[in-house]
Design a protein around this ligand. Structure first.
Ligand code: OGA
Ligand code: ZN
Ligand code: ZN
Length: 405
């Protein structure tokens, strides 16, 4: 066992470190091919001590005791020991507490840029790749329903495809009402909305929702009027229209946002900053609802990444709570968005047994108009999943795959 001592401070010593000299513990790791040590801020190691006073194994969570007296200015390593053979880091702290950390646990949490990027891309969420309408054939992927039901690798690949490209087509599903439910149950569970769990898209006289007409359904995201908008839409074709219509349209609206950002920065700014009122008012199955939510068309996070697109002409409220001077510029920017979204759309017609699945926070989708006859009534069964549930299943599959290796 060899010893390495760093930053020894007596318990009573007082140190105030500047931001750029925060104590970093470097742990040599012989298994690292580049010969780079792992790196950990000392206070983080103290916070993440794995002893039974600090950590409850059965719930895999930190115990709160430390936080009752945590002195963020004074906490320091008093003595440090690295057992390279056993691959354990031992630390004695200046408050007398002792901790030990196995390398296998440390490696996964190494603060090196390489490890953090690896974790974020290969475990947190795969990086989305945006696509134009002409690239559709390159990115589109098909899965067989039975494979998804019986094979975890296929299931994982479907969820990965959804995360990266935002769409996947499932083929050869039985012509049964509960297919969408079975798929959702493979992932976790269905997301219920004011239209229930499964919903049937069929032309109905006196329909309460615009989609339940045979008319063309222009490009839209589903349910922009919810703060917690359903993340993934599944549309199972039970019966397709024999009429020339009933085609699906699909556009990666993150690609449209890229075009706006690069070529029309002012319109991009307007669409990311103007709060739009979205609404769905009515009832379904005796449930009365008044759903409204205010949110821009293009939503970006603090890092400038797209997190959500909202768009639906019928479900944009006539209430528009912005300064009147903002209105016409918003319409001009929105008209550009709609034009680009149509230019970038890919058109195809699903067959009975197809399940179209896509990211409802990112893609806009639509349908051309159609005509039913007595013998041929177009019937789509829809349902939703939430992204939290999708990513969770994907990570579990990802985890078990790495454990198998
Ligand atoms: C919808 C919808 C597509 C279709 O109901 O929101 O997008 O093919 N339907 O009918
Ligand atoms: Zn502890
Ligand atoms: Zn829709």
């Amino acid at each position: 066992m060899f010893q390495l001592q760093q930053q020894q401070h007596g318990p009573e010593e007082e140190h105030h470190f500047e931001q750029d000299s925060l104590p970093l513990i470097l742990v040599p790791d012989e298994s690292n091919q580049l010969g780079l040590p792992m790196q950990f801020p000392d206070i983080w190691l103290r916070d993440n001590c794995l002893c039974s006073e600090c950590y409850l194994h059965q719930t895999r969570s930190r115990l709160p005791q430390l936080w009752q007296h945590l002195d963020t200015k004074r906490i320091r390593v008093y003595h440090l020991n690295i057992d390279q053979k056993q691959e354990i880091l031992y630390i004695e702290w200046n408050d007398g507490h002792r901790s030990e950390y196995p390398f296998c646990w440390l490696r996964e949490r190494d603060f090196s840029l390489a490890n953090r990027s690896h974790y974020l891309q290969n475990f947190y969420r795969p990086e989305p790749r945006h696509w134009s309408g002409t690239e559709f054939a390159l990115i589109q992927k098909e899965f067989l329903y039975q494979d998804l039901i019986s094979n975890n690798d296929e299931l994982q690949q479907w969820l990965y495809q959804l995360a990266v490209y935002g769409m996947a087509l499932i083929k050869e599903a039985p012509l049964e009402f509960d297919v969408v439910r079975h798929l959702c149950n493979r992932v976790g569970f269905m997301r219920r909305t004011t239209y229930g769990e499964e919903f049937s898209v069929r032309a109905q006289p006196g329909a309460s929702n615009y989609a339940y007409l045979a008319a063309p359904l222009p490009l839209h995201t589903d349910m922009p009027y919810f703060e917690y908008k359903p993340g993934v839409t599944l549309l199972h074709t039970l019966e397709q229209s024999d009429s020339p219509g009933g085609w699906n349209l699909l556009t990666d609206a993150y690609h449209v946002a890229d075009i706006l950002k690069q070529q029309y920065p002012e319109q991009f700014r307007i669409l990311t900053e103007t709060l739009v009122d979205w609404a769905d008012i009515g009832n379904d199955n005796q449930l009365e609802f008044h759903n409204i939510w205010r949110s821009p068309v293009i939503n970006v996070d603090a890092d400038g990444r797209y997190v959500r697109i909202n768009h639906s002409i019928p479900q944009r409220d006539s209430h528009f709570n912005v300064h009147p001077e903002q209105v016409r510029p918003w319409y001009e920017a929105m008209a550009l968005f709609v034009r680009l979204a149509h230019e970038q759309a890919y058109e195809f017609k699903t067959k009975p047994g197809d399940v179209l699945t896509f990211n409802n926070l990112r893609l806009v989708h639509g349908r051309t108009g159609y005509a039913d006859t007595e013998q041929n009534v177009r019937h789509i069964v829809g349902g939703f999943l939430d992204w939290d549930i999708v990513y969770s299943r994907w990570r579990i599959l990802q985890r078990s795959q790495t454990a198998d290796k």
